[in-house]
Ligand binder design. Structure first.
Ligand code: ADP
Ligand code: MG
Length: 350
């Protein structure tokens, strides 16, 4: 059997079943957005890592290095946010072709450092290698108060499902970039990307491109939700709403029902017309890096007292149908989906 047949998540389950925990202090290993380790009586350590690989996660001919650096760190902060934590340290693993301009790498680090400065993190090491393509790995160490941590596994039937921000923007931004930057050559600046996008798309498309190239991790929102202790489960949206809701349901041993008409789509996405990215496609497309969370009935009013800067919407409800994620249209009829998210071994991403 090869990895295509096993699937990305089949592989992760296989690893999870085989490994043994050899050290004390592991509260949660494989299965959530971060590993959770004992730090002190009051605090837990959060440990997470993410990869960005050329021609899997990004194309170099539409990657502005500053934004690529921002994204590489932000997607890790998004996993810390999903557990209600804050980040402290990061490591960078960088592999590049030797023809890569030094200025590209400088800008890439400047992007990471801009995000690190905004969130109070320090770069403390990493590793470097030559390679045939750009490969970026970032690992982040963070922390969370023991009483505030939120896992993927706490959702119960009847809990309401909420998402921050709007969904599908990053998937739409990717489509815009692929079209607008088809003939571009590496390296590019954001000014070139901006000019090419403006030539072919309405001005609203730039906001979608920005969301694809430079997602904003919802760390402040994650912290406020965790501090309020009203959230039963949380995950960040990296693989697409339906896939990530599936992961949350799997860990919580529940099911979910989502109303398509309640899912928030941005005015920028809608400005590109109903067929540019269809709603079902937007929900299968990943990389929005919004937070998906569940709130028990009776706790919902408290959400509105938190002063969350980023708005949020109720999009569905947790059910007792274990492992079943259903999407309903405005008439309550089930919408069938071609695929519910991205599997790294099933095909190419970009
Ligand atoms: P996320 O989308 O939140 O980054 P992933 O879907 O990448 O999470 O991973 C799901 C879980 O599997 C996480 O707990 C992660 O640490 C773990 N994981 C992913 N890949 C591997 C691997 N190759 N070996 C061990 N654990 C892994
Ligand atoms: Mg995650």
């Amino acid at each position: 059997m090869d990895l295509r047949a096993l699937s990305e998540f089949g592989l992760i389950s296989r690893v999870r079943d085989k490994v043994k925990c050899r050290s004390g202090g592991v509260i949660a290993g494989i299965g959530d957005d971060c590993a959770v380790l004992v730090k002190s009586n009051e605090t837990l350590e959060l440990f997470t890592a993410d990869l960005l690989i050329e021609d899997v996660h990004f194309r170099r001919h539409w990657s502005d290095p500053f934004r690529l650096g921002k994204k590489a760190l932000s997607i890790n902060l998004s996993d810390i946010a999903a557990m209600g934590g804050r980040a402290n340290f990061y490591l960078v693993l960088l592999a590049c072709p030797s023809s890569t301009p030094v200025g590209f790498v400088d800008e890439f680090y400047a992007g990471m450092e801009a995000v690190a400065a905004a969130h109070g993190l320090s770069l403390v090491g990493g590793d470097t290698s030559a390679a045939n393509c750009l490969m970026i790995g970032v690992a982040v160490l963070g922390e969370v108060n023991r009483e505030e941590i939120v896992y993927r596994s706490g959702a119960k039937p009847g809990d309401k499902i909420y998402a921050t921000g709007t969904l599908g923007d990053a998937a739409a931004g990717l489509k815009v970039l692929e079209k607008a930057m088809a003939g571009a050559t590496f390296p590019v600046s954001f000014a070139q990307i901006e000019r090419k996008v403006r030539e072919e798309f309405p001005p609203a498309a730039l906001a979608l491109v920005e969301k694809q190239l430079s997602p904003v991790p919802r760390v402040e929102e994650g912290r406020k939700l965790a501090e309020a202790r009203i959230v039963s489960a949380m995950i960040d949206l990296s693989d697409g709403l339906l896939a990530d809701l599936g992961h949350l349901c799997q860990e919580s041993k529940v099911g979910a029902c989502v109303s398509l008409e309640k899912v928030p789509f941005s005015k920028e996405l809608q400005a590109l017309g109903p067929d540019f990215v269809r709603p079902e496609e937007a929900l299968a497309g990943g990389e929005d890096y919004e937070l998906l969370f569940t709130v028990p009935p009776g706790q919902e009013e408290k959400l509105f007292t938190l002063g969350l800067r980023n708005f949020f919407h109720r999009i569905g409800e947790i059910t007792a149908e274990v492992g079943q994620v259903r999407l309903l249209d405005a008439q309550g009829k089930e919408v069938s989906l071609p695929s519910s998210g991205y599997d790294h071994f099933a095909g190419e991403k970009v």
